[in-house]
Design a protein around this ligand. Sequence first.
Ligand SMILES: C[S@@+](CC[C@H](N)C(=O)[O-])C[C@H]1O[C@@H](n2cnc3c(N)ncnc32)[C@H](O)[C@@H]1O
Length: 187
Amino acid sequence: MKPTWFDKFACTPGRLTLMEGAFLYAAALAASRIASSGNMLELGTFRGRSTCAIAAACKQVDMRLTTIDNYSQGACPSVGESSEDVVRANLEDAGVADVVTIVNGNSHEYQPLAGLSFIFIDAAHDWESVVADCDTWWKDLQMHGILAFHDGSHPGVAEAVEALGKKHAMRPIAHVGSIIAFEKTGT
Ligand SMILES: C[S@@+](CC[C@H](N)C(=O)[O-])C[C@H]1O[C@@H](n2cnc3c(N)ncnc32)[C@H](O)[C@@H]1O
C-alpha cells in the first residue's frame, strides 16, 4: 500500500504526538471550511512533522501552507538539527511538498499573507516571542479562522496565551494533547 502523509508524519522526528498531528489535520480542514477561503501559516517548521499534517489538509482543499523557521534550534535543542533541504525532502516523501512554501526567516517578520484561515504557532516558546508571533499575523487571520499553539502548558506559551486572550477576541475551541486552539471572533 502507498504510504500516506500520516506515515511520513509518524516517522519524521519531532515532539508532536500522533494525536496532535491528527488534530492539526482535522482543525486545518475545519478552518478551511469555516473561513471559506484563505491559506495557512505555520511558525516553527523544524523537520516538518507538523507541516505534513497541515499541508495534507491544504492539499485536500486546494489551499497553500507557508511555513517559517530560522533553523536556530532555539526551541528544539534535544531533537537535533534541521534545514530547508531536510524539510523539503520530508514533505516530498509525504506527497505534500507542492502545496508548501518553505521560508527561512524570523517568525515575527511580517510579509503580506492576507486571508489566512489557520495559524499554528510552534516557534520560540518564551512569552515575548509567542506574543510577537501572534501579534504579527493576527490581522491576517480571517474571522472564524483558527489559531493554535503547541506546548500550551509550557510556562512561556501559557503566559503568552493568557495575555493574548486579553487583547484579541479569541474563543477557546479545543485542547488536545498540548495544543490549545482558538477561533477568531473579533479584531
Ligand atoms: C518546537 S520546534 C518546531 C517543531 C515542529 N512544529 C514539528 O512539528 O516538529 C521550534 C522551531 O522553531 C524555530 N524557531 C525558534 N525561534 C524562531 C524564530 N524567531 N523564527 C523562526 N523560527 C524559529 C526553531 O529553529 C525550531 O525549528
